[in-house]
Design a protein around this ligand. Structure first.
Ligand code: ARG
Ligand code: ZN
Length: 849
């Protein structure tokens, strides 16, 4: 790779662009190896600029010719771009460049995927298409002409005109280059339309490769629901005559919100009952919504610079979470989000990759599309909404849209809007954006003469580069119950601002039972002091569904920690509590299913580490297996009945009600298979008419060391379906016994359908290897070495995805000396690879610390 020496970029060094672009004309003459890009940039000096130096970004492109105001120039070119002198007045810069889409395996810029041309420009891919000020605070209108024999030619905005072998598009909304997109291919569409609240007709299309037409209907429905929801809840209507979505097989991330032309990883949009699971359907609905919502939060209002990424991502994740809550039930959605946040974001915050939601510096911005920026960024919005209240939140958002429409904005702008709309001082709250690490919240209680006092203290452990932490504003939702489970103080929001603070509740008859951090009102780690008995009480009586689940979760976590440490047996009362929830037919099946599922093995490793114990992934795995078996035995009298009750009849529907029933039924199936040798799972696999049921049955079989015949049948049935085959690859690695995981992954890399260039396939194998905690941490180090080998190979082709997956090693310092040494050796071997990309270099350097 010809990457320039890695350079750290700092937020504090931001300066406005020297030149602005008012309008861009682009002409693409497409060719798989020699595409010509003709650009005409209508530019002018920026009156607010500090410097006059003229520079256009450009990487991996060949300049054929350039002109300023019609006169040929011979600019100075280096590895990062183009320099020249320009007039001190408006001028036109023209360039002709050549690029090679078929050589582009990094999937950034213009590349080929399955015979089609497509683009990915966020964050800095446009500079691989032509010379341009590739920074989000330079916004221009675009006109794009595409010349190609391919039948479908798409770009941003509205279609202008098309003829034989060409098409022209115009995007009237000024946008940064990262929102540019182009697609050309032999595609078929799934068309529909939507009428906005202003009465405007919008043509909607999902474009796919021939053969995938049958997998578009659900995505289209989700798109229309998203458009309606954004009108109803945020008052935001769509602003072009067409909205196109294209499904692409080779894609580094989930999807991309290019103006009027969203490009999706096919896994994030294509679904049919036979090929996608309930979880896939829910994820697709959320991603369609997410990208659509970006049209206002990201596109109409974009980011001044990449340090402000959370401005669009945190807010848009928060909006898609609200949407899913409204579509599918807020309580289970909040639980799902908390599980993800604790498992991934808290882990990131506690390790060498910890960074603020708005980072202060980066080497490669692609390494900062993280759970911290996205999910913790969304939590900050949620806290803000709780603190100011829903009406004030709506007022502030209206002000945000009216004040900043068309702007490239900052977090300061965002907070200022809330201060102006509500009169609240958000100086201290703003520290959430700058301070990394997860606050620990310690709780103690006292009760005397009818007065109950809650003593809270917060403390955030140091993170890399931030040894000292300050107290944050914590919205803490609490309720108090009496000993019979009646709510005596309904949910009340306490605002904690100090390191230590007490809150008093008067006139109580008896000592109340505390229900704290209801609905997970702040992303903190609760250092609970509640006894097993109190938590069991909350599991059966709390009126807040999140806390009801969380009480059971925290009991299960303690049980798993005890079982790992001293091969203890689980308490009967804990198993009885779970069985009581299972038997309670008045509870939503989806809720029962989440209560009946345990923390992950990685969660247990974290819990042990936090308790000062070095986690042994092998012992953790055995404890989890043992607890599952105890639970299976404990509920064996009712599990077949519940399994049968949860049968869904009629045609498959991916809605929350049916998905919840399948989820509980399949939890029963996994427990039953521990005792029946897989008989029921084999039956379910044979009879299944949808992927949710076949995948659950296959998983249950693989987890008990069976399922070889089913695996073979699955491959025969689905070998031609790329997305289903990703499941086939992933399940084998994810469900392998610990000592077999590395061998299974290695064997699959030799399978003819393994494709290093396809990120979904690579993730199916190696993402699943990381997720198989005991297999990844097999004490021989076989998985570490295998992953290092393949990351080195992948890095030469696709640095972005290699860098992301290298984060699998981030928790290496938690483990014993043997595992630490082996992980460090693997990391060092990656780091020492000649020509390693800037992306992966930054990651392994930070991980090694
Ligand atoms: N903005 C996209 C989204 O969140 C993510 C694209 C990021 N891509 C990248 N290569 N960093 O929807
Ligand atoms: Zn996004």
């Amino acid at each position: 790779m010809k990457d320039a020496a890695p350079q750290t970029i700092y937020l504090k060094d931001y300066t406005p662009p020297a030149y602005l672009v008012d309008h861009v004309d682009l002409r693409f003459v497409l060719n798989e190896t020699k595409t010509r890009v003709f650009s005409k940039l209508h530019m002018r000096p920026n009156p607010d600029a500090a410097s006059e130096a003229f520079f256009l970004h450009g990487e991996d492109i060949t300049l054929i010719a350039a002109k300023i105001d019609g006169t040929a120039i011979d600019p100075q070119i280096d590895a990062t771009g183009l320099h020249h002198t320009v007039p001190n007045a408006p001028f036109i810069f023209e360039a002709e460049v050549e690029i090679n889409p078929s050589a582009n395996t990094a999937l950034e810029g213009l590349y080929m995927s399955g015979g089609m041309y497509c683009t990915q420009c966020e964050a800095q891919g446009f500079r691989k298409i032509t010379y341009y000020p590739d920074r989000p605070d330079v916004m221009a209108t675009f006109t794009v002409r595409i010349e190609s024999d391919l039948p479908v030619l798409l770009s941003n905005g509205n279609p202008v005109e098309a003829g034989d072998g060409w098409a022209e598009w115009h995007d009237p909304w000024p946008k940064p280059a990262y929102l540019f997109a182009l697609v050309a291919g032999e595609l078929v569409n799934h068309p529909d339309h939507f009428t906005t609240m202003a009465g405007k007709e919008v043509a909607l299309n999902i474009w796919v490769r021939p053969g995938d037409e049958g997998k578009c209907a659900f995505g289209m429905q989700a798109l229309k629901q998203s458009m309606k929801w954004d009108e109803d809840v945020y008052g935001r209507a769509y602003d072009l005559a067409v909205f196109n979505i294209v499904a692409v097989d080779d894609f580094n991330m989930g999807a991309m919100e290019n103006k009027g032309l969203n490009i999706f990883n096919s896994a994030a949009v294509l679904a049919s009952p036979e090929t996608a699971t309930d979880a896939n359907f829910e994820r697709i609905e959320a991603i369609i919504a997410h990208e659509y919502f970006h049209n206002w939060t990201g596109n109409r209002i974009t980011c001044r610079d990449w340090f402000q990424l959370c401005l669009k991502e945190g807010l848009t994740v928060f909006r898609d979470q609200q949407f899913t809550g409204d579509m599918r039930g807020a309580a289970v959605k909040r639980i799902d989000d908390a599980i993800v946040l604790r498992a991934h974001q808290f882990r990131e915050d506690a390790g060498p990759l910890a960074h603020p939601v708005r980072p202060a510096s980066f080497v490669e911005i692609n390494n900062f599309y993280t759970v911290t920026v996205y999910e913790k960024g969304a939590e900050i919005i949620g806290m803000l909404r709780r603190l100011v209240g829903p009406e004030n939140y709506d007022k502030a958002l209206d002000l945000y849209f009216s004040r900043h429409d068309g702007d490239a904005a900052t977090i300061e702008d965002w907070l200022q809007v809330f201060e102006d709309a509500t009169g609240r001082d958000l100086t201290q709250f703003g520290k959430w954006y700058a301070q990394a690490g997860t606050p620990h919240l310690s709780v103690s209680e006292s009760f005397e003469d009818g007065t109950y006092i809650l003593h809270l203290s917060q403390q955030t452990p140091p993170t890399p580069g931030q040894p000292e932490k300050e107290p944050l504003v914590l919205p803490i939702a609490v309720g108090l119950l009496d000993q019979r489970g009646t709510e005596i103080v309904p949910t009340t929001l306490l605002e904690m601002t100090e390191a230590s603070q007490s809150f008093t509740f008067d006139d109580l008859q008896d000592r109340p039972v505390l229900s704290i951090l209801r609905d997970f009102s702040a992303p903190v780690i609760l250092k609970h002091t509640q006894s097993d008995a109190t938590r069991a009480f909350l599991l059966s009586h709390d009126t807040d569904p999140f806390n009801r689940w969380d009480a059971g979760r925290s009991l299960a976590q303690d049980v798993l920690v005890r079982m790992t440490r001293d091969q203890a047996t689980p308490d009967q009362s804990f198993l009885d509590g779970l069985a009581a929830v299972l038997r309670d037919d008045s509870l939503d099946p989806a809720f029962r299913a989440v209560v009946l599922s345990f923390p992950s093995e990685d969660d247990t490793a974290t819990a042990l580490f936090d308790a000062g114990v070095t986690p042994d992934p092998t012992a953790i795995h055995q404890a989890h297996e043992a607890l599952t078996l105890y639970l299976a035995q404990h509920v064996q009298d009712i599990s077949p009945r519940i399994y049968a009750d949860m049968t869904v009849t009629g045609p498959y529907r991916p809605d929350a009600a049916d998905a919840g029933r399948r989820s509980l039924g399949n939890r029963m199936l996994s427990l039953m298979s521990k005792l029946d040798g897989g008989k029921q799972a084999q039956l379910q696999f044979a009879q299944a008419d949808n992927m949710t049921q076949s995948q659950a049955a296959l998983t249950a079989l693989l987890k008990i060391g069976k399922g070889a015949d089913e695996l073979a049948a699955f491959e025969t049935a689905w070998h031609a379906d790329r997305l289903v085959m990703d499941k086939w690859f992933g399940l084998q690695v994810g469900c392998a016994a610990p000592e077999q995981a590395a061998g299974t992954a290695r064997k699959l890399t030799a399978h003819p359908a393994f494709d290093l260039k396809n990120p979904n396939r690579f993730r199916a194998v190696f993402g699943s290897l990381k997720a198989n905690a005991a297999g990844f941490h097999d004490p021989t180090g076989a998985s570490y070495a295998l992953l290092a080998d393949w990351l080195i190979k992948l890095d030469a082709l696709n640095p972005q995805t290699a860098a992301r997956i290298s984060a699998a090693f981030d928790a290496w310092k938690r483990y014993d000396a043997n595992r630490q040494t082996k992980m460090r050796t693997a990391l060092q071997r990656i780091a020492d690879t000649p020509g390693l990309s800037r992306d992966t270099t930054e990651m392994v350097t930070r991980i090694l610390g």
